[in-house]
Design a protein. Structure first.
Length: 152
């Protein structure tokens, strides 16, 4: 699998430096929506995040945590990114496959690997850094596993 370095329009939107904005970058690269627009929308979803009908103590604590740290600059909770993509008609597919799976050879996908979002377009990974490989405490370097993806 090839890799293309891409900041998702972060610099062009006036943002400086590196940060944990992988969700914003992935959505921008995959959909073509402007960086600032995605950033602001994710911020608003997080800031006004509503609890689901379950309203368990654990869920309510998570909602409070989401509302208290709404900035996409330092990461986006999976519940928030799911909501953003769901509002646009994209449904997650849960899986357990490697980044170089044949599934990703054609088409555009936002992929979620452990605590990170990136984009695969026609078998090429687009990200701000080469995020293809992982190393574990006792494991050799290997391709990351995709645990869910959205087809764009």
């Amino acid at each position: 699998m090839d890799f293309v370095k891409h900041d998702g329009g972060r610099k062009a939107a006036g943002f400086k430096g590196d940060t944990g904005d992988c969700v914003v970058r992935a959505i921008v690269i995959a959909t073509g929506v402007k960086y600032r627009e995605v950033y602001d929308e994710l911020f608003n979803i997080a800031k006004h995040f509503e609890p689901c009908q379950k309203r368990t103590t654990k869920h309510l604590k998570m909602v409070e945590k989401i509302r208290s740290k709404p900035s996409p600059r330092t990461g986006v909770f999976l519940l928030v990114s799911d909501k953003y993509l769901d509002l646009r008609g994209y449904r997650p597919v849960k899986t357990s496959c490697l980044l170089d799976d044949d599934l990703f050879k054609k088409g555009t996908y936002i992929v979620y690997t452990r605590m990170h979002f990136s984009v695969i377009k026609d078998g090429v990974l687009y990200d701000s850094f080469d995020s293809r490989m992982t190393t574990g405490l006792y494991a050799k370097k290997c391709l990351k596993t995709v645990t869910r993806y959205w087809s764009i």
